[in-house]
Design a protein around this ligand. Structure first.
Ligand code: GLU
Length: 551
C-alpha cells in the first residue's frame, strides 16, 4: 500500500485538493504594506485584559496599514468551551471599538475567507491532513491514553525528555500496511505529524518585537487530528493563517515555545509562514511588591468586564493600554489633548518587553483626563448608558431630570481647566447623591460638624448664610460669606485668625465647612458656590433650616 492509498482509506470522503483551496482562498488584493491580522480567541471564558491588549494591537496594525483585521473563533477544544462566551467576547470588544473588518462577529460572519469558526472548517483541515498523510508526513497513531501515560512515566523515571518523538513514537514505526489493517479493524486512532526535527538542534526564529533568536527545534510528533474529527489548535491555526492570508500573527508570548512546531508544520505544508509578534504578558506588582502575571483568579483587573461593570470609560482603558504598547504614546496623547488616538503611529520597535505592568492608578489618571474633557451632554449619555446596564438606582435618579443631572455634572466642567473629579460611573452617587433630596434626607446626620464650635453659633451663622444668593458672582458670594462669618466672630482668613486666635471663634474656612456640611452632609464636595446654585435657593434653605432645627 502507498501513502496515498492510506490517506484515501482514512479520508475517502475528501476529494478536494490543496490546489482547490488555494484557488478558493486566493492571496488578498491589498495595497503594498497592508497587513492582515487576526485575533483568534477560544470561547473559554471572559475577555482577559491581556486579550484586549493583543486584539487592540492587531486592530491598530491593520487600520494603520489599510489592511484587514479579522476574528477567528478557535473552538476545536470542545471540552473547554463555555457556551455563549464567543458572543460575549465580541460584545466586549465592541465596547472598546475593536470591530473587525471580517470574520466571526458573534451572531454572524462576514468575509470571503470563511467560515471563521474552526469547528465549521473540519473539511478544510481534512484536506490538509490528507495531503500530509499522502506525503508520509503524518501517520495514524493507535496508542491509548494508557500507552501514553506509561511512556511518560518510563521517560520520567529514566530522566529522558518526555513526549512522543523519535524512538518513543511507537506508531511511527508501523508499516503502511500494518496501519491500514488496524484502521480496517476499526481501531480508534488520532493522526500525528511526523517531525523530522531534533531537540538538540537550535533553529533561528524571527519576531517583530524580539528580533531574531535561537530556540530548540521541534522533534515531537504532535497530534494534529483528534479522534473527534477535529484538528488540534497547532494544526488548525496554521491552515487558517495560510488560507485566510494572514500576514502578521500577533499573540501572547506564551506561544513562543510552540513556534518551532508551527514553523515545521508550515514547512511540511510547503507554505510561507506569516511574520510573528509575540506580545508580553501583562503583569502587576502584587501586595508583596513582587511582579507577577495578572491572574484570572486573584485579580479583578484581569477581566475586562470588571472595568465595564464599574463604569470606567472604555477609551481610558484603551489609551492606558496603548501606553504599555508603545513608550512614546503617553507624550503623544498629552500633546494631542487626549484626542484622535487613531492618528498615533504604532510600531513594534517601540514596544518594550518588560514594561507591561498594569497600574490601575495610571488608568484612573487617564480616565479622569478623558472624562474631564467631556461635555455635560456626553457625560449624560455615558452615565445613562452605564446606568441602563449596571445601576438601576443611578438610572432612577438621572431620569428624574436630565437637566438637573447635567447641572450637577457640569460643575467646573466646560471651562479652561476643568475639574477631574470623576474617573468612572460606578459609585458616582457616592459623590453626587447628596444633590438629590431623597438621598440627602436619607443620609442626613450632624456628625461632621466641628464639635469645638458652639452649636448656637453654628445655628446663628447658618441662619444668616441663608441670605447668600447664588445670583452673585463667585467672588461676590465669597466676600459675602466672609462678611457674615465676621459678624459672627470668624476671622476673614487663616492668617488673621492665627495672629490672634483668642479674638476669633474660627476663620472663614470654618464658616465654609459648616455651610458645606449643612448642604451636602459631607466634608468634601464640589465648589460650594456651584453646589448652592445647582440646589437652588429653596432647597439650600430647606437643608439649612433642617440642620438648624436638628442641631
Ligand atoms: N486560540 C488561541 C488562544 O486563545 C490563539 C493563539 C493564536 O493567536 O495563535 O490563545
Amino acid at each position: 500500500m502507498t501513502y496515498e492509498e492510506l490517506a484515501q482509506l482514512i479520508f475517502p470522503e475528501i476529494s478536494v485538493s490543496i490546489d482547490d483551496l488555494e484557488k478558493k482562498y486566493p492571496p488578498r488584493n491589498l495595497p503594498i504594506g497592508a497587513e492582515v491580522t487576526r485575533f483568534a480567541p477560544s470561547p473559554t471564558g471572559f475577555l482577559h485584559t491581556g486579550s484586549l491588549f493583543t486584539s487592540m494591537i492587531c486592530h491598530k496594525l491593520a487600520k494603520q496599514t489599510n489592511g484587514v483585521f479579522y476574528i477567528r473563533l478557535e473552538d476545536t477544544d470542545t471540552k473547554r468551551e463555555i457556551e455563549g462566551s464567543g458572543l460575549r467576547l465580541l460584545e466586549e470588544m465592541h465596547q472598546f471599538n475593536i470591530v473587525p473588518d471580517e470574520g466571526y462577529l458573534g451572531d454572524h460572519q462576514i468575509g470571503s475567507y470563511g467560515p471563521y469558526v474552526q469547528s465549521q472548517r473540519a473539511d478544510i483541515y481534512k484536506v490538509c491532513i490528507k495531503y500530509l498523510l499522502s506525503k508520509g508526513l503524518a501517520y495514524p497513531c493507535f496508542c491509548t491514553q494508557q500507552d501514553i501515560d506509561e511512556l511518560r512515566q518510563a521517560q520520567e523515571a529514566n530522566k529522558i525528555l518526555p513526549g512522543y518523538y523519535g524512538p518513543f513514537a511507537k506508531c511511527r514505526g508501523l508499516t503502511i500496511d500494518e496501519a491500514a489493517e488496524l484502521i480496517k479493524q476499526g481501531k480508534p486512532f488520532v493522526i500525528r505529524f511526523r517531525s523530522n526535527g531534533n531537540h538538540n538542534n537550535k533553529i533561528k526564529v524571527s519576531d517583530l518585537i524580539r528580533g531574531t533568536f535561537s530556540i530548540a527545534e521541534n522533534d515531537q510528533d504532535i497530534v494534529i487530528y483528534k479522534s473527534d474529527g477535529l484538528p488540534t489548535y497547532h494544526f488548525a491555526h496554521i491552515c487558517d493563517d495560510h488560507f485566510m492570508r494572514t500576514t502578521t500573527v500577533i499573540r501572547g508570548e506564551e506561544w513562543i515555545s510552540s513556534l518551532p512546531i508551527h514553523l515545521q508544520l508550515f514547512e511540511a505544508m510547503g507554505w510561507k509562514p506569516p511574520m510573528y509578534a509575540h506580545v508580553p504578558v501583562i503583569m502587576k506588582i502584587d501586595e508583596n511588591g513582587n511582579k507577577r502575571k495578572l491572574s484570572k483568579r486573584k485579580d479583578v483587573e484581569a477581566s475586562v468586564s470588571y472595568f465595564l461593570d464599574d463604569g470606567y470609560p472604555s477609551e481610558a482603558l484603551i489609551m492606558y493600554l496603548m501606553t504599555i504598547v508603545n513608550s512614546n504614546f503617553e507624550e503623544w496623547i498629552f500633546q494631542n489633548n487626549f484626542k484622535n488616538m487613531q492618528d498615533f503611529q504604532f510600531s513594534f520597535d517601540k514596544m518594550s518587553l518588560d514594561g507591561a505592568l498594569f497600574d490601575i492608578v495610571k488608568l484612573q489618571f487617564f480616565a479622569r483626563e478623558i472624562l474631564s474633557r467631556k461635555t455635560k451632554h456626553e457625560m449624560l449619555d455615558m452615565a445613562l448608558e452605564y446606568a441602563k446596564n449596571h445601576d438601576s438606582r443611578l438610572l432612577y435618579f438621572i431620569n428624574l431630570n436630565h437637566g438637573y443631572f447635567m447641572d450637577i455634572i457640569n460643575i467646573e466642567r466646560e471651562v479652561e481647566n476643568p475639574r477631574k473629579d470623576y474617573y468612572k460611573f460606578g459609585g458616582i452617587l457616592d459623590l453626587i447623591g447628596f444633590f438629590y433630596h431623597e438621598i440627602y434626607d436619607a443620609q442626613f446626620n450632624l456628625d461632621a460638624f466641628n464639635p469645638n464650635i458652639d452649636k448656637t453659633i453654628i445655628k446663628e451663622t447658618l441662619s444668616d448664610l441663608k441670605s447668600l444668593d447664588a445670583n452673585l458672582s463667585n467672588e461676590e458670594w465669597f466676600t459675602k460669606m466672609k462678611e457674615i462669618g465676621e459678624q459672627h466672630g470668624f476671622a476673614p482668613n487663616n492668617k488673621t485668625y492665627k495672629a490672634n486666635k483668642d479674638a476669633y471663634k474660627g476663620h472663614v474656612g470654618d464658616v465654609a465647612e459648616m455651610l458645606r456640611i449643612a448642604l451636602t452632609n459631607k466634608k468634601n464636595a464640589p465648589n460650594l458656590y456651584y453646589v448652592m446654585k445647582v440646589l437652588g435657593k429653596n432647597e439650600s434653605n430647606r437643608r439649612i433650616d433642617k440642620v438648624i432645627k436638628s442641631l
